[in-house]
Design a protein around this ligand. Structure first.
Ligand SMILES: NC(=O)c1ccc[n+]([C@@H]2O[C@H](COP(=O)([O-])OP(=O)(O)OC[C@H]3O[C@@H](n4cnc5c(N)ncnc54)[C@H](O)[C@@H]3O)[C@@H](O)[C@H]2O)c1
Ligand SMILES: CC(C)[C@H](C(=O)O)[C@@H](O)C(=O)O
Ligand SMILES: [Mg+2]
Length: 358
């Protein structure tokens, strides 16, 4: 039996998470497993209910589980709260930090059926398969932050960006191990022409490169990388980068797959793995059954792979998603002429049905 903490969160989080549970149930039935789902509050929903976006019971539920499935958090309703109570800073970041989840894997894979759903040309994106590995518990997100008054009556705001050798080595080694099992190419992305933290990052990568002669190592500045991802994404196999660069580059990389609604993520390396789509709570479409649940469903596949070591089952979920896309069923974010428009639940139903018959 696998115990899964389920944190739907805010906005479309409450619409997409049930679809992933449906798919996990289909896996449980087909393979004879039992998944115990323990739902807990997080984000704005938790703040509204109990006055804090990350209640202690939620953290306990996560710690007492084999994996965590999260929808999304945040939204305009909570944007004006004091910063420590905002869902992003008060819940998501401490959850990642508390659980020690330093490695965030965001695979950008184009399913063949979606080659025309992207805003980019077929000849550029056909066959894209990139794994972005984002450092998740350091950098600007967790550095000291302060606000001061200045003598001219204005204010000064500071966010510190720092990385230690230990933190860099940990994520870069992790990325090399992943690259070794894939296309054996690692591109480290930094801003070493300007930032001291990036210079330490690059030096550390160069030192570790000696331990991985079978992997081709390259370095790229983050501004160039953001351009190269659109110019020629197939040049990349594994990208490793610091926290904020990884946040931004993965939203960009999501468009190689057709939609941000296709980009799953796994945050691992700590006590218990956390699986969540890379996108947010999408307040603009929340409550309308328009959300694409596939990033969450694919995150559940990553849970089976990385937390439970159920590779065959993970692949079956990915195959089910691929088949539903090839058959032309779409949520609005992926809609093209001649395809069939479905809502969030209908797409989830179809994927679960494929799990039963594939
Ligand atoms: N991990 C998280 O929980 C997470 C991640 C990013 C943003 N956020 C939060 O979410 C809120 C909204 O942020 P945002 O608007 O910048 O980013 P967002 O990712 O929520 O939405 C950006 C755009 O993508 C669309 N989109 C996102 N997910 C989709 C899906 N599954 N299907 C179809 N369309 C989808 C949205 O409709 C919107 O137009 C903010 O409060 C932000 O802090 C949370
Ligand atoms: C909501 C926010 C704190 C979060 C991040 O920046 O890590 C999100 O954008 C993500 O990509 O998971
Ligand atoms: Mg982000």
């Amino acid at each position: 039996m696998y115990k899964i903490a389920v944190l739907p969160g805010d906005g479309i989080g409450v619409e997409i998470v049930p679809e992933a549970l449906k798919v996990l149930q289909a896996i449980a039935l087909r393979f004879g497993y039992e998944f115990e789902f323990n739902e807990a509050l997080i984000g704005g929903a938790a703040y509204d209910a109990v006055g804090h976006p990350l209640p202690a019971e939620t953290l306990d539920t996560c710690r007492n589980s084999d994996a965590v499935l999260l929808g999304a958090i945040g939204g305009p309703k909570w944007d004006k709260l004091p910063v420590q109570l905002r869902p992003e800073v008060g819940a998501l970041l401490p959850l990642r930090k508390e659980l020690g989840l330093f490695a965030n894997l965001r695979p950008s894979v184009l399913f063949p059926g979606l080659v025309h759903a992207s805003t980019l040309k077929e000849e550029v994106i056909d066959g894209v398969d990139i794994m972005v590995i984002r450092e998740l518990t350091g950098g600007l997100y967790f550095g000291e932050k302060k606000r001061e008054q200045t003598s001219d009556g204005g204010q000064k705001a500071t966010d510190i960006l720092s990385y230690s050798t230990f933190e860099i080595e940990r994520i870069v080694r992790f990325a090399y191990e992943v690259a070794r099992k894939r296309g054996k190419k690692l591109c480290s992305v930094d801003k070493a022409n300007v930032l001291e933290s990036s210079r330490l990052w690059r030096e550390t990568v160069n030192k570790l490169a000696r331990d991985y002669p079978d992997v081709e190592t390259s370095h790229m500045y983050v501004d160039n990388c953001s351009m190269q991802l659109i110019r020629n994404p197939r040049q990349f196999d594994v990208i490793v980068t610091e926290n904020m660069f990884g946040d931004i580059l993965t939203d960009e990389a999501s468009m190689l797959t057709g939609s941000i609604g296709m980009l799953p993520s796994a945050s691992i390396g700590g006590e218990v793995g956390l699986y969540e789509p890379s996108h947010g709570s999408a307040p603009d479409i929340a409550g309308q059954k328009k959300a694409n649940p596939l990033a969450t469903i694919l995150s559940a596949a990553m849970m089976l792979r990385y937390s439970f070591d159920l590779e065959e089952e993970a692949r079956l979920i990915e195959q089910a998603v691929r088949t539903v896309m090839e058959e032309g069923y779409r949520t609005p974010d992926l809609m093209e002429e001649g395809k069939t428009l479905l809502n969030t639940e209908e797409i989830g139903d179809l994927v679960a049905a494929k799990i039963r018959i594939l």
